[in-house]
Design a protein around this ligand. Structure first.
Ligand code: URA
Length: 436
């Protein structure tokens, strides 16, 4: 079947719904390089403004999902459950969470992304471990999942090729923040992993795609709907991203903080989100049907050292040198430190996630374009949370830097991220909701 792309763009622009055949044709033609970028961009912009109705969303998600391979791990006896975050600042949850959950009996074929813009990426953090390989071919990925129960890798080239092309185009055409496009992009990649269940961490606040709770709920409901309609259990937890998660924002420093959590320490907000998502994964995997028991099991694998040992095993299996895990002072660090201090006494009213995330990006911890190379040792340590009382001169953040120009670009952002008020401020809750 063939269609006129100009006519389809015009119909979408005017508010018409496209048929499943038309959507399937658009995605397969674009993926095969038979539609030009300018026409696909125009269609994506029409979708940004008009949206997709339920039938169109269904067709769009299916066309994306079946644009490449769909994995099948049914021969792996353990329940296969993954976790995905919609992205934030200081969000290193996957790194302690995945070994904790696998140590409790859940297999996790985790495919993560790289940082882009102000949001960090799990792969960049993991690659600060010397030798650690995240580019695995499908046979090796399967073999490692069978032997260790946990694989921490990049997205396979053969999974959802349509998303690779469309996401790049969205990034350069101002069409990323569309709920149907984000939901189908994320869910097609997760459903292609052959999962029994998926736990979504939908971030809400200045450092997230979704700046307010209402939009985040719609995104969560849309993603849960796409998964459950295709027979995969999906739960979404909505969590705060108005300030960075944990203290460390960067790459190597986020690994160090993740290891602290695996040893039973770490900042309270990071620990709260990690355990909450872990409980959801154990419940979804059928390891227990009691939330309190799920929590107890997660605590047990941390205090016995089994969760930390699982990370060591996975790092060795993927070619990494585990010496840094045993002695985190071996992770790369920056040559210099600049401390941002409070100018007056009071209470922290804001530690803005977006400003701190963009600050870390300018420092070299992230990438503006896909081809940028990150500096693994630079980063920001946020010393205070919203609600904390400070005295004049107290450290608000420590900037670990290597390059004068990068520090000069970062400093104003980190300074303006903090606001201090006279009266007490209550700390925002970390867990803001759940879907369903
Ligand atoms: N992450 C994705 O994978 N896709 C989107 O569209 C947005 C975030």
């Amino acid at each position: 079947m063939t269609f006129s792309i100009t006519e389809l763009i015009e119909r979408k622009r005017d508010g018409d719904a496209l048929s499943a055949d038309e959507i399937s044709w658009i995605i397969s033609e674009y993926t095969a390089d038979r539609l030009p970028d300018y026409q696909m961009s125009a269609l994506l912009m029409a979708i940004m403004f008009v949206g997709l109705d339920a039938g169109e969303l269904d067709a769009w998600a299916d066309a994306m999902l079946y644009s490449g391979d769909v994995l099948d791990f049914s021969h792996v006896a353990a329940p296969k459950v993954d976790k995905h975050s919609t992205g934030g600042v200081g969000d290193k949850v996957s790194i302690p969470l995945a070994p904790m959950v696998t140590a409790c009996g859940v297999a996790i074929p985790m495919m993560s992304g790289r940082g882009l813009g102000h949001t960090g990426g799990t792969l960049d953090k993991l690659e600060t471990i010397p030798g650690f390989r995240t580019a695995l071919d499908p046979p090796e990925f399967t073999r490692l999942l069978e032997s260790t129960g946990l694989v921490l890798a990049g997205q396979s080239e053969t999974l959802v090729p349509a998303d690779r092309r469309i996401y790049l185009l969205r990034d350069s055409s101002g069409t990323v923040p569309s709920i149907p496009l984000i939901s189908s992009s994320i869910m097609s990649k997760k459903l292609a992993e052959g999962l029994d269940g998926l736990v979504l961490d939908v971030k809400v606040g200045s450092g997230a795609f979704m700046k307010n709770l209402d939009d985040a709920k719609v995104l969560a409901e849309t993603m849960v709907g796409i998964g459950t309609a295709r027979g995969t259990s999906v739960t979404a937890v909505l969590t705060d991203m108005s300030q960075p998660l944990g203290r460390a924002v960067g790459n190597a420093n986020e690994m160090v903080e993740s290891i602290e959590v695996l040893h039973g320490g770490g900042p309270a907000d990071l620990v709260e989100v990690t355990y909450r998502l872990g409980e959801e994964m154990l419940l979804m995997g059928g390891i227990t049907d009691e939330r309190a028991e799920a929590r107890r099991r997660l605590e047990a694998v941390v205090s016995s050292g089994a969760a930390f040992e699982k990370l060591v095993e996975v790092v060795e299996a993927q070619g990494g040198d585990p010496a840094v895990l045993h002695d985190p002072s071996l992770f790369p660090t920056a040559a210099n430190e600049h401390v941002v201090t409070a100018g007056a006494p009071g209470f922290v009213a804001a530690a803005d996630a977006l400003d701190i995330g963009v600050g870390a990006l300018r420092l070299g911890a992230g990438r503006e374009a896909k081809s940028d190379v990150i500096d693994p040792g630079v980063g920001i340590t946020v010393e205070v949370n919203v609600g904390d009382e400070v005295s004049a001169g107290d450290a608000l953040a420590r900037i670990a830097w290597n390059d004068d120009a990068a520090l000069a670009a970062t400093l104003p952002l980190v300074e303006r991220a903090f606001s201090i008020t006279d009266g007490p401020v209550s700390a925002p809750p970390m867990i803001l909701g759940e879907v369903p």
